[in-house]
Design a protein around this ligand. Structure first.
Ligand code: NAD
Ligand code: ZN
Length: 361
């Protein structure tokens, strides 16, 4: 399966399915001969699980740089270490990087690629469900102590190689995290697709074939929006559905103590409440999604540990906030997003409602 992505300045393909890594090596046998160095950047955990598979299927000679797992790799320190490694290994403008891992490794590697010698090609090899989202679209970043993803660039990959082999080792917590972004893609694009999720009774009952179809659909939604608006001037804001409140939860709970996707699932509930009020989403839909998310094991208790004042101060610092105005991605109807300025008072009301639901349950 190949999904093309076209932006103003570039176009690339997302290859997804089985045997994607070996197919890539066959397809690029000649083009990659001209590249002087191939460097795989991955995290400790992914490498410990998949070294053998990569060595067997990635047939080009490569250098390897291993970073800490998860958010811990999106630091200035890791960024600097990777750059130093590339310089020590005499990498040049003719070198190419491969990000083998989840969104964290992808974001770091993309930013290194965007800035090493003013930009060298990089390939995304996503290994998580969440990375069906992060590997496509060209947002790259590292974190600053004062804020997540604050230092970065829009820089598109040369290709995305989504080899489903990697997904087999994902623990349930990461499946749950990634599924939240898949559900987000359904909510902002297609009511009929969203209805399919309601019949899911548990994380274990997700059928592999079905998951792969969902990932393909999610990538198509993302690719389409990125094509319309690469630099987030308009349509791309729709992808922030659930992220204004979600990022505030993620930051307040503490990075690493809650997954990105779990925070986004939490954030989608106030966004749906606001969509009932400001759009035409049927009354009770937010509560329905809340109960559905609970049944899949998303942990809403986190909210009770986050005072609203803390969430509010994070929402005001968010990149989506301009001049103190909160720009919320909302839904007119399921599948039809729009952006609206929302007052902090309105958010507070939804927050209070959500806390009541959590205490009830
Ligand atoms: P991650 O990269 O931190 O990976 C989560 C954990 O799963 C890590 O411990 C990792 O080692 C492990 N892991 C990865 N692949 C595995 C596999 N196949 N089997 C077993 N374990 C595996 O997290 P993520 O959820 O993939 O990505 C989150 C990051 O993505 C955040 O930093 C977020 O800001 C970023 N993000 C970026 C975008 C974007 O558009 N650039 C979009 C969404 C999220
Ligand atoms: Zn996200």
């Amino acid at each position: 399966m190949i999904i093309p992505v076209k932006t103003k300045d570039t176009s690339y393909e997302v290859h997804l399915g089985e045997n994607i890594l070996s197919e890539f090596c066959i397809r690029h046998a000649e083009t990659l001969e001209k590249v002087d160095q191939l460097v795989i950047i991955t995290d400790e955990h992914v490498w410990s699980l998949h070294e053998q598979y990569v060595r067997e299927h990635f047939t080009f000679p490569f250098k390897l740089f291993i970073v800490p797992n998860g958010e811990a790799c999106k630091t200035f320190e890791s960024y600097f270490k990777v750059q130093t490694f590339l310089l020590q290994e005499n990498c040049s403008r003719n070198s190419a990087l491969f990000a083998l891992g989840g969104g964290a490794v992808g974001d770091l590697t993309g930013f290194v690629a965007a800035t090493f010698m003013r930009g060298i090609p990089f390939y995304q090899i996503p290994t998580t469900i969440l990375a069906h989202d992060s590997a496509v679209g060209g947002k790259t970043a590292i974190n600053h102590p004062n804020g997540k993803n604050m230092i970065g660039a829009f820089y598109q990959p040369a290709e995305v190689l989504y080899d489903f082999h990697f997904l087999a080792t994902l623990p349930e917590i990461e499946v749950r995290s990634g599924l939240a972004e898949v559900i987000k893609h359904a909510l902002i694009s297609d009511q009929v697709w969203m209805d399919e999720f309601f019949s899911l009774s548990s994380m274990e009952s997700i059928d592999k074939e079905e998951l792969l179809i969902w990932l393909e659909k999610g990538i198509r939604v993302k690719a389409h929006i990125v094509e319309l608006d690469e630099k987030e001037q308009s349509y791309r804001k729709y992808l922030n559905f659930g992220h204004t409140y979600g990022h505030a939860i993620e930051a307040t709970v503490g990075y690493g103590k809650i997954t990105h996707g779990e925070a986004v699932m939490i954030g989608m509930i106030p966004a749906l409440m606001l969509s009932e009020i400001n759009g035409e989403v049927e009354q009770g839909y937010a509560k329905k999604v809340y109960y559905f998310a609970n049944s899949l094991g998303y942990n809403f208790q986190h909210v009770l540990h986050c005072p609203f004042e803390d969430l509010a101060s994070f929402m005001l610092k968010d990149k989506k906030t301009t001049n103190g105005e909160l720009h919320f991605a909302l839904l007119q109807t399921i599948g039809e997003p729009f952006v609206k300025v929302i007052s902090m008072d309105e958010v507070k009301k939804c927050d209070e409602q959500l806390r009541e639901w959590i205490k009830e349950a």
